[in-house]
Ligand binder design. Structure first.
Ligand code: IVH
Length: 676
């Protein structure tokens, strides 16, 4: 490449990555897979490594440049970050509207904006001369912590904008519910404590010392305030203008002039709560124009022009019938409260995790207690409080047993850990837990293999270790009570199908401590198959895995321990003999720039004769584009069996042609002209 070509390629890659960040984070319509994204990113990194002069401050690589710090520095806010007055009642809301009217000149007819109150971590963001220059946590409202390097890693926040004046923004850093679930799955695997909700995850992540870790947390920014008065006339226009600059906001804003309209908008936001990916705990009502906001000013604590209307968190009261102890895949003993069933936010709750011994002690929950239950982050029911005045006579504090409730072996609390673990590595609960984990969607994805069935398979001695799954026969399954031929065939078929998963999925499924989904994939790029894994020498693992991105000493140590255990090696050898997993392969070769499908885009859906990945590759090799959703501009929807109705509706809406697999084949083989 000539220097000119190099510069052009650099600019092109950077622009593509920025566009994909926008599609993924702002529009929730990614058009490429994570692997493809990583490939573009790596090409950019390589190019910059070879020609550092190409690096620009807003290059996507510059999001994660900074090295870990030892502490966060204090930084003053541009103006104090006050908090908001809040209410739970319509009456107080009406009083607020009246107060506002009284505080404005005679005859004013203030317009109010109503928007979600995001439940994350608040932050101040500074753009100067079109560049993002600083991010400061709320702190005590006057001085916060400088977390600029961490904020730079948040991929929905542009590092440069086409606006040169000063711009000081207030925003919430949030995490989507699905990203919390995925991260907690990874952490459970690594034996790390889980995040109780998205807010803790957002604020904890912002204050991490190593920006590279922050980058993995899938944080998002949503702006809710602009300080500069010369940016726009009022709050609503400011947020609209931010979106034009591609600065993310929450995107939900209504206007109202009286208490009925305002209340109506609040109710609409509450109704929408369950459908949104981010958490909100209320609505914020603001006087819309800056002029009126400035006239109203603020008290020592709150602005006079805004109020938060908080939604009541759904909390239900019920009795604790018992406290049972579950033993997980890693041997950890978890106390779980069995509750008298109670309705909560649309579902019946009959169990709540108590996490660990410390949590039980903190709450002092006892059998027989009346407790308040909430759904943390709308997902896991949590015990929030105990009504001590309702405690029955003669209860006793609950203590976790020091022996495993499943196998009776001693249970211990290792130094420095909060968890108590069963010491027997062959504890049936561990074996069953690891089989369940192996079959999970993100690992080997074996349908129809639930916890109950696994328990029966193990107790009948049909399965003693994971590889035994692959030698199960129809006769074996029919031995299980209530298993009929149809159900059994489905199970066998799912197990069979899992043989063709790529090696990275097998690696995840092994449940090796610290080797989660992301790391397994990195590892599989270097160690592509069972053969190659078995060929590694545990003693020289560090040097063999040197340079695999993201792999640190903890992971190497954990893998070495795993490989040093003859039982694990034997399992791997059995997987090999049983042809479980295929060597890892990078998905999709570089996109073709010519071919019969050039200029056409495809969304593939439903059950097809081959894997979706395979079909995607074929489309791209023939010059076509792959869309993961049907959207404006998608030429074809390739529909297999059991197509979801929503895909067909969007196809109709966007004028996308619906075709079957055979028709796709014809298009690829060029027997007919493709549609325009
Ligand atoms: S406006 C002058 N709007 O709630 C203060 N705040 O209790 C104006 N928050 O610290 C605040 N979503 O972290 C505003 N749409 C929103 C918000 C919001 C969340 C948070 C923010 C603030 C706290 C106030």
């Amino acid at each position: 490449m000539t220097p000119l070509e190099r510069r052009a390629r650099h600019a092109d890659l950077a622009a593509q990555l920025r566009e994909h960040d926008h599609l993924y984070y702002d529009l929730d319509e990614p058009t490429i897979s994570d692997e493809e994204y990583d490939r573009l990113y790596r090409e950019l990194v390589d190019l910059e490594k070879q020609y550092p002069e190409l690096i620009t401050p807003d290059s996507p690589t510059q999001r994660i440049g900074a090295t870990p710090r030892t502490e966060l520095k204090a930084a003053p806010h541009v103006a104090p970050m006050t908090s908001l007055d809040n209410t739970y009642s319509r009456q107080e809301l009406a009083q607020f509207l009246e107060r506002v009217a009284r505080g404005l000149p005679e005859g004013s007819r203030p317009v109010f904006s109503i928007e979600p109150k995001l439940d994350g971590a608040s932050i101040e963001l500074l753009y100067r001369g079109g560049r993002f220059v600083q991010g400061i946590t709320r702190g005590d409202g006057v001085v916060g912590e400088d977390v600029t390097d961490n904020v730079r890693t948040i991929r929905n926040l542009p590092l440069t904008i086409p606006y040169q004046n000063d711009l000081t923004l207030r925003a919430e850093v949030v995490v989507f519910r699905r990203d919390l679930i995925a991260l907690n799955e990874e952490r459970a695997l690594a034996g790390e404590p889980l995040f109780a909700n998205t807010r803790n995850l957002a604020s904890g992540s912002l204050r991490l010392l190593d920006p590279r870790q922050v980058a993995r947390r899938r944080l998002r920014v949503m702006v809710w305030q602009v300080l500069e008065r010369d940016f726009a006339e009022d709050h609503a226009s400011s947020l609209a203008k931010l979106r034009e600059l591609r600065i993310p906001t929450h995107g939900v804003l209504e206007l109202g002039t009286n208490v009925d309209e305002v209340m109506h908008a609040i109710d609409a936001i509450e109704a929408m709560k369950a459908t949104l990916e981010y958490e909100l705990d209320g609505a914020v009502v603001k006087v819309n124009t800056y002029k009126e906001q400035d006239i109203l000013g603020r008290t020592a604590k709150f602005p006079r022009w805004a109020i938060a209307y908080k939604f009541k968190a759904d909390r239900a009261y019920t009795r604790v019938l018992g406290i049972s102890v579950q033993v997980g895949r890693t041997g950890v003993l978890t106390p779980v409260a069995d509750l008298e069933p109670v309705q909560l936010a649309g579902t019946t709750v009959s169990r709540a995790s108590l996490h660990n011994e410390d949590q039980v002690a903190r709450l002092d929950v006892r059998i027989g207690d009346l407790v308040g239950v909430e759904k943390a982050g709308e997902i896991i029911p949590q015990i929030m409080d105990v009504k001590f005045e309702e405690r029955p006579y003669g209860t006793e504090p609950f203590v976790l047993p020091r022996s495993c409730p499943r196998c009776g072996s001693p249970a211990e609390k290792p130094e420095g850990e909060v968890q108590i673990r069963c010491t027997n590595v062959e504890c049936p609960a561990r074996v069953e837990g690891s089989i369940l984990y192996f079959s999970r969607r993100f690992a080997m994805d074996i349908d129809h293999l639930g916890a109950e069935l696994i328990q029966k398979l193990c107790s009948l001695g049909l399965v003693r270790s994971i590889p035994d799954l692959y030698t199960l026969t129809l006769d074996d399954l029919l031995k299980i009570e209530r298993m009929a031929e149809k159900g059994s065939t489905n199970v066998l078929r799912s197990i069979e199908a899992s043989r063709s998963r790529t090696f990275d999925r097998l690696l995840i499924g092994l449940g090796i401590e610290h080797i989660g989904q992301v790391i397994a994939k990195q590892l599989a790029r270097k160690v592509r198959s069972i053969d190659e894994l078995l060929a590694l020498h545990p003693e020289s693992l560090t040097s063999e895995l040197l340079g695999v991105p993201g792999i640190g000493p903890k992971m190497v140590q954990s893998l070495a321990t795993y490989l040093a255990d003859p039982k694990n090696r034997q399992n791997l050898e059995r997987f090999r003999e049983l042809h479980v997993s295929v060597p890892f392969e990078e998905t999709a070769p570089a996109r073709a720039t010519e071919g019969p499908l050039l200029g056409k885009s495809f969304c593939v859906t439903g059950v097809l004769s081959r894997s979706r990945d395979e079909i995607h590759r074929e489309i791209e090799a023939a010059g076509g584009d792959v869309h993961t959703t049907v959207k404006k501009g998608t030429t074809y929807l390739v529909a297999g069996e059991k197509v979801g109705k929503s895909k067909l509706t969007s196809a109709e809406k966007h004028g996308t042609l619906v075709i079957d697999e055979a028709r796709l084949r014809e298009l690829i083989e060029g027997s007919e002209e493709a549609a325009g």
